[in-house]
Design a protein around this ligand. Structure first.
Ligand SMILES: [Zn+2]
Length: 499
């Protein structure tokens, strides 16, 4: 057995080196690669990917993984957990014919351009045929990998949030539907909050100064991390020693860079605070998509949009932008960053209405994969649901069904993790309040105490525990959406004076 494990580690080191190269190339592509080099680099990326497949689909590698898996009860716990994860992913991969997968990747490459064009020209009919092909492939993929216990749309959900099925999501979204839809209607019928001032001109150099300040507030250690700019903010990491964050600055929207910076630094903090013993293993990094999103949203919304946080930091922001903010009180600013409104675009939605945007996408994906709904009817269904949940009319498809890139990229089953992440965050917050003085922690010079709590309860486990195990250990309870509803209702009833 020892010799086989040694062999596995040697393969793993090779695969790690290749994926590290791909990680760096991808970071460069998203941040500063000149556009003229993209074709040439695509060839090299293709070569690196096939080198990885040559190893991971080789007879010898497969045999090594299977052998260790068969004797998993005799190896140490970290390796046992790792090999279960590697084995399950590999077996799943092997069920899908490689040729078909390559053809599908090519379909996705062309789909992205078609989607962009369709969105730009507000033409769903242009996108529908390729969307249909993607969905048909997904249905085929489901058939390839499904098991007696995991069928249909559940297969796709499981790819993004292992162990979470339609039954679990239905419970979450049914609760949201019952509790949140009427609550949002109550709030949006009240007089809105005027936030024009955050849309004035804000010098980008000064915005960057504040972003740098936020890095210190969140204790982002630049020995192991860097930040750059990109079109869409994101975080990527390679183990605990290399964590990278991007931001985008808009001269006419102050809040965008502030909250996306806090959000991405939340992802980064999770990566940084994993136990380094998992670096270089398959358990490295955050455990699932939703748990990752729970951490970024914890920092962005629960901490970053809280009153105590701005009690500490508003004065500095005000001093940077005196020309716009000198007459804006902290109370007014706090309300502006928590403004609720009916809106069409998911990525611009506020904390309270955001999960309703997700619920619409979840409902539609379920219809696509469980009820075989006709692709041509999707825009109408989309618009109907926006009317029903958010009481808003969708006038164009570019502000409707064509707004998100996810479906063009074949990412079905991904959206629901966004809402689940916020719900995990609220459950963790409920527990945090019992254990530390959150007002003090949120209004401190930096968030070291918050970081420490999340490290002990969530981050340190990296991928070695499932979200349910983490929640149970941290809060004494498995996932419960009640805390999310309670958190939202308490916070927004106060802001909007609703009894
Ligand atoms: Zn995120």
């Amino acid at each position: 057995m020892e010799a086989i494990i040694k062999k596995y580690y040697a393969y793993r080191a090779k695969l790690n080196a290749l994926s590290y190269a791909l990680y760096l190339i991808n970071w460069d592509t998203e941040t500063e690669a000149p556009s003229g080099c993209l074709d040439e680099r695509a060839k090299n990326v293709g070569e690196l990917v096939s080198m990885m497949l040559e190893i991971s689909h080789s007879k010898d590698y497969i045999e090594v993984v299977r052998k260790i898996y068969t004797s998993k009860d005799s190896v140490d716990e970290a390796l046992r957990k790792e090999i279960i994860k590697v084995y399950e992913a590999l077996e799943k991969e092997l069920k899908v014919p490689e040729k078909e997968l390559i053809a599908y990747e090519m379909l996705l490459a062309s789909a992205n351009n078609i989607w962009k064009e369709a969105k730009l020209t507000d033409n769903y009919k242009l996108f529908a045929p390729v969307l249909k092909k993607i969905i048909n492939w997904q249905k085929k993929y489901i058939k390839y990998v499904e098991t007696p216990n995991l069928k249909g749309y559940n297969v796709l959900l499981d790819d993004y949030e292992k162990g979470f099925t339609m039954a679990d999501y239905d419970y979450l979204f049914d609760t949201l539907k019952k509790e949140l839809v009427p609550f949002v209607k109550k709030i949006t019928s009240k007089e809105g909050i005027n936030d024009e001032v955050v849309r004035k001109y804000y010098d980008i150099t000064k915005q960057k100064k504040f972003a740098k300040y936020l890095m210190d507030v969140m204790c982002f250690d630049q020995t192991y991390g860097i930040t750059k700019e990109s079109e869409h903010p994101f975080t990527s990491g390679y183990g605990t020693t290399d964590v990278r964050v991007t931001c985008h600055y808009y001269p006419n929207l102050l809040t965008s860079s502030i909250f996306s910076m806090i959000h991405e630094l939340g992802h980064a903090t999770y990566e940084r605070q994993c136990d380094p013993k998992y670096d270089g293993t398959a358990l490295s990094g955050g455990t699932t998509m939703a748990m990752h999103e729970s951490q970024s949203r914890f920092y962005e919304n629960i901490v970053g949009r809280s009153y105590p946080f701005w009690q500490k930091h508003y004065q500095y922001l005000q001093s940077l932008f005196e020309e716009n903010l000198q007459n804006v009180t902290i109370d007014a600013f706090y309300k502006m960053v928590n403004k609720v409104e009916k809106s069409l675009i998911r990525t611009e939605a506020d904390e309270l209405t955001y999960p309703l945007h997700i619920m619409i996408r979840y409902d539609l994906e379920k219809m696509i994969f469980e009820d075989n709904v006709d692709i041509a009817s999707l825009p109408n269904l989309w618009n109907k649901l926006y009317k029903e949940y958010l009481d808003i009319n969708v006038e164009t498809d570019k502000e409707g069904i064509l707004q998100d890139v996810h479906w063009a990229g074949g990412s079905f089953g991904y959206f629901p993790t966004y809402a689940l992440g916020s719900a995990y965050a609220a459950q963790l917050y409920h527990q945090m309040q019992k254990e530390i003085d959150v007002n003090k922690a949120f209004s401190a010079n930096n968030l070291a105490e918050v970081n420490e709590w999340l490290k002990e309860k969530v981050h340190k486990y990296a991928g070695s525990k499932t979200p349910q195990e983490i929640l149970l250990l941290a809060t004494g309870e498995v996932f419960n959406p009640k805390y999310y509803i309670d958190y939202l209702k308490t916070k927004y009833s106060k802001i909007y004076k609703i009894d």
